[in-house]
Design a protein around this ligand. Structure first.
Ligand SMILES: O=C(O)CCC(=O)C(=O)O
Length: 192
């Protein structure tokens, strides 16, 4: 399996990963967040430490993994990562997605925790300028998560993370869930 500096995005193909999704869905609090018909469509692994350090500027997650290209005026930003195809669907699709971040290690304030702009997920797709302006106006909240904790977010929530200065490996499994069907004849590249 190939990885970039931060990790890999292709874990849903692994049996252990699909079993972990099933286990997560047994949890009553998670079950209350993920609609029963939703499918897990992606799992990314991120690792961050003083030795394997990286930062992510403020952004929204706008791309979803799909099986094949479909020409439609509302689909843009086609890209390929680790051999998988991604597209930016309209906001009506993105605002239905849910991400869960399962923290394998403790993630304190110094470990490159996510910082988020509260309420930004409800504002649709934001330009970089609008994102930066909104962060200045509303402020960003750093979100430490304890070991084994799960952080739930909408992919449209503005988020960023700093380099780690602490001692955690800050390993995170980032799951993306969505509705079983996509519009425009799109299909998930993988769903479980
Ligand atoms: O884990 C992080 O620090 C950032 C992850 C991220 O930006 C993303 O999943 O889009």
């Amino acid at each position: 399996m190939t990885t970039d500096a931060a990790g890999t995005r292709k874990l849903m193909r692994m049996v252990w990963c699909r079993r972990l999704v099933a286990d997560l869905r047994q949890n009553a609090e998670i079950d209350a967040i993920i609609p029963p018909d939703y499918v897990a469509v992606q799992c990314s692994y991120f690792e961050k430490s003083q030795d394997r350090n990286w930062l992510v500027p403020i952004h929204q997650d706008l791309s979803i993994p799909v099986a094949a290209r479909v020409e439609h005026a509302e689909l843009s930003g086609w890209s390929e990562k680790e051999g998988e195809l991604f597209v930016q669907p309209p906001v009506s699709v993105l605002e239905r997605m849910v991400a869960l971040r399962l923290h394998i290690d403790p993630c304190g304030m110094e470990d490159g925790a996510l910082s988020v702009v509260p309420g930004s997920h409800a504002l649709g797709r934001l330009s970089t300028e609008a994102a930066i302006a909104l962060r200045s106006e509303r402020g960003a909240v750093v979100c430490p998560v304890s070991q084994g904790g799960v952080f739930a977010m909408r992919p449209l929530l503005l988020h960023a993370s700093s380099r780690a200065t602490g001692n955690s490996g800050r390993r995170v499994l980032h799951f993306l869930f969505g509705p079983p069907q996509l519009p425009f004849g799109l299909r998930w590249s993988f769903s479980g």
